[in-house]
Write a new protein. Structure first.
Length: 250
């Protein structure tokens, strides 16, 4: 399928930067944050030192999507963390917009998007003093080899390989920014409740057994829900555990 055209208007109040090359959009966000007065998307067509969660390398071939949204905020850390759910819903909507389908899309706690069972996108949040940086990577045209991902991790896929859809980073940025602005406005107006419900309606493996790994500790249980603080709740059969941060394995 040919590249999709963005039929959306850029959201009012959000800045837009598209850079030909940068070390990483997260590092660029940290450099620019002190001088930014409003939320700004920083997109890079090429990254030379990208990274993911817990400092892991993020493989980002040319043609894939890499961007960071820098937001000024006075929110407490626990509320800032809930923006990962806002970003996940925005990614879901943007992927629906470029593909015209919802089949095979799901959201994996805490911050991944799955497509036909594989990881197609990831989210990384970092606090930068009075700003929050929301880094987003999407495998638009290529996915890392299995040898480049952590053992037991969900295998990566790309939009092109899974759906046969070609979409450029700048087109995807426009769709993502519009979707994020909608969900962010809902979050600010109504709180986490509606965001949580929408996320759960798209959750991967809800009601099924999953394993949460926190450092050297692992807990396996039935994925019951995500609570009002954004924690995953697992029922082990003997206890219910609310976990704030972990890697989840299926």
């Amino acid at each position: 399928m040919k590249e999709q055209c963005a039929l959306v208007d850029w959201p009012a109040g959000y800045g837009r930067q598209v850079l030909a090359e940068v070390d990483s959009t997260m590092l660029e966000a940290a450099r620019q944050a002190p001088g930014l007065s409003g939320p700004t998307w920083i997109c890079a067509l090429r990254q030379t030192a990208a990274r993911g969660r817990r400092g892991r390398a993020w493989v980002n071939p040319d043609g894939n999507f890499a961007a960071t949204l820098v937001m000024p905020t006075s929110d407490a850390p626990d509320r800032r963390a809930l923006r990962s759910f806002v970003a996940a819903l925005a990614l879901y909507d943007a992927l629906v917009a470029v593909s015209g389908r919802v089949d095979g899309l799901a959201l994996k706690w805490p911050n991944d998007v799955l497509l036909t069972g594989g990881k197609v996108a990831g989210i990384l949040l970092e606090s930068l003093g009075s700003h929050l940086a929301i880094g987003i990577g999407v495998n638009l045209v290529a996915a890392p080899a299995l040898s480049e991902v952590e053992a037991r991790a969900v295998p990566p896929v790309s939009v092109l390989s899974a759906l046969g859809v070609e979409v450029g980073p700048e087109v995807f940025l426009d769709m993502l920014a519009a979707a994020f602005a909608r969900h962010e406005a809902q979050f600010v107006t109504y709180g986490f409740g509606p965001i949580r419900e929408a996320w759960l309606a798209r959750a991967a493996r809800l009601g099924e057994r999953v394993t949460a790994r926190m450092g050297e500790t692992e807990i396996t249980g039935r994925f019951e829900t995500v609570d009002a603080e954004g924690r995953i709740v697992l029922n082990t059969g003997s206890t219910r555990q609310a976990i704030a941060a972990a890697d989840i394995f299926f």
